[in-house]
Design a protein around this ligand. Structure first.
Ligand code: GDP
Ligand code: CA
Length: 336
């Protein structure tokens, strides 16, 4: 039996609504949880459909770190560059057409080159670091940067204090970027831990967005290192459990589209699949979207107590992102 979704009742189409009557999302408040690449892809589709004031994107900050004296927020920047149309579609990180003169000069002087920093991208990190030093919250700094770059909707860091993902591996405990970029996800993962979890709180903006949301969407982001840090913050799961909530699987046909999600499942002793993703969210979500290649897994997800929907979910370009976003919204308001 699907979990009931009280927050969406007024948007539901009734059983008699004809197929050609399209639902109207103009009054639907949505909060979307996102990491980097997978999160940004769906977020861009949602931003193309929903009124900007009704869409709040809550972004993982577990990847954030200090490098060369700068505060770097990789997931916030990936979502910000994607929604502002600046993103480099080839790499998934950074700005299209950026140059690397400064990074080359840093290396020439014996500095580190393992973390890619484009010249224009550096402007983001320099300003963010400066504004944080002046005492502004990461939420305020992010809003200033995102507004200046033309992001239409609210981009909300999950928290304002450091909350750094540490990857416990066979080669020792590594801060997330050391594992992800420097060691290219090679060390075998055993567990995760979060530095700063004892004091971290979701921001008031995040809690308000969740309380106002008619629908919470889990973007197809890494369950371990993108979605889990957001859900671990005090009060977030409880707030989501009072809303209708739908996730899109980041695992298609047993593999991740990009990144280490499937490798992490395997190393933790779990066969990677859409069902394995759904199991992590069981009891919290009201609905789950599987990719068409995983249609056969829908009954196993439904058995976890979620409504299910099967659709193509690969989103390389804007058209696919809008199609998936529309599909997710239509699924969420469909009569059950
Ligand atoms: P990261 O912070 O850059 O690793 O990004 P996320 O955590 O937001 O996203 C990583 C996940 O996105 C990976 O597990 C991918 O499988 C998934 N992903 C990337 N592109 C797509 C896509 O087009 N469709 C779906 N369904 N998942 C995707
Ligand atoms: Ca990330």
């Amino acid at each position: 039996m699907a979990v009931t979704a009280p927050s969406l009742e007024s948007f539901k189409l009734d059983e008699e609504t004809t197929m050609n009557e399209k639902p109207n999302f103009a009054n639907l408040n949505v909060a979307a949880l996102a990491g980097g690449v997978g999160g940004a892809r769906l977020a861009q589709g949602l931003a193309a459909i929903l009124p900007p004031e009704r869409l709040h994107i809550i972004v993982n900050t577990g990847d954030d770190f200090e490098h060369l004296g700068l505060t770097i927020c990789p997931d916030l920047d990936t979502v910000m560059y994607t929604l502002s149309g600046l993103a480099n579609p080839k790499t998934g990180w950074g700005i299209a057409g950026d140059t690397f003169t400064c990074l080359e000069a840093i290396q020439r002087r014996g500095g580190p080159g393992w973390f890619n920093l484009g010249d224009r991208d550096l402007a983001t990190h320099i300003l963010r670091t400066q504004w944080l030093h002046e005492g502004q919250r990461l939420t305020e700094v992010t809003a200033r940067l995102a507004t200046a770059l033309g992001v239409p909707c609210a981009l909300l860091p999950m928290c304002d204090t450091p909350y750094q993902t540490q990857v416990i591996t066979a080669a020792g405990t590594l801060p997330f970027q050391e594992y992800f970029v420097h060691q290219r996800c090679r060390p075998e993962v055993r567990a995760f831990r979060w530095e700063g979890a004892d004091v971290a709180q979701p921001t008031p903006e995040v809690m308000a967005a969740l309380e106002q949301a008619d629908l919470v969407i889990f973007c197809p982001s890494n369950p371990f290192v993108s979605i889990a840090p957001i859900l671990n913050l005090p009060g977030v799961k409880e707030a989501i459990s009072r809303r209708a909530s739908v996730a899109v699987s980041p695992i298609l046909g047993g593999e991740a589209v990009k990144g280490p999600a499937a490798k992490m499942f395997r190393e933790l002793g779990i066969a990677p699949s859409a069902v394995a993703v759904a199991e992590r969210y069981a009891g919290l979500l009201t609905g789950f979207v599987l990719d068409s290649v995983d249609a056969g897994l829908a009954p196993a997800v439904a058995a976890l107590g979620m409504a299910t929907c099967v659709m193509p979910t690969l989103m390389p370009g804007l058209d696919e992102r809008i199609a998936v976003a529309r599909g997710v919204l239509e699924f969420a308001v469909a009569p059950r």
